[in-house]
Design a protein around this ligand. Sequence first.
Ligand code: NAI
Ligand code: 15L
Length: 274
Amino acid sequence: MNTAAKTHPRILLTGAAGGLGQALRSRLHQNCDVLRLSDMVDLGAPLANEECVIADLAQASQVDAAVAGCQAIVHLGGISVEAPFEAIMQANILGVYHLYEAARRHGVKRVIFASSNHVVGFYRQGETITADHPPRPDSFYGVSKAFGEDLSRFYFDRWGIETACVRIGSSFPEPKDRRMLATWLSYEDLHRLVSACLSTPVLGHSIVFGMSNNAVTWWDNSRARHVGFVPADTSDVFRDAVFARTPTPDLSDPAALYQGGAFVRADPTQGKPT
Ligand code: NAI
Ligand code: 15L
């Protein structure tokens, strides 16, 4: 089922050169007349109905120029794994502040913020949590996403800018391990979720867990029913193959106990934890 509708003349997609940026680049045309792509690295030549703006999120004037003329923002840009705090601070903390300041200045009223399950990564895998559970970040990266959620709450309460904080689980072509059977979000469901957030009449400030219709889940999206997200995919079809190629989890490893997986013991100097 195609649930996308054109909701805004011009949408800004930050982080457009990344994994999810590329996945949404080919899909978000359904939601707007012009898709403006932004990243700090090369985006290739713009296709029909695309605009490309190179902008470093840490530079306020560059972010301002990327936002000008847009009516909605899908904010994927930033560091997407654990990293030293100074780097996270520039791209994710200063970056999200620059984005909301630009949104305020240019009258943008709706933002879809790519938050992360690592805001709550220190809950146990056996627990079911809702958006009302307090954050328990598992990394500097998770802390930066918690900051983005709080900052967007402030810009909603103070300036009326609506935001969906989408706590994305694991959005890849397929689940890579047993943990991702619970956290997986297909690219099509990611687009369905973003489309729902763009089109729901009243979004307010909402926290939504970004997951497909997986049989095993730790997240309860009942606080976000007003968004109208109905996932159509499931990790269940990959279950047997994932079990066959991965070892039985070692329950003395914190990565097997906590929702954040290997992020809970990540070394910030080493990038993506394994
Ligand atoms: P990615 O690392 O592939 O893409 C991030 C993009 O942001 C890159 O193209 C990078 O060049 C850009 N970027 C980094 N620093 C920047 C800066 N200072 N200024 C401008 N652009 C900058 O990450 P991916 O997987 O595409 O994720 C997209 C977003 O979704 C990220 O915010 C990530 O934290 C979030 N997310 C992704 C999940 C996943 O499973 N893929 C899970 C949870 C959250
Ligand atoms: C994230 O937040 C990361 O951006 C992504 O690379 C995955 O590691 C994902 O979480 C996950 O938890 O699987």
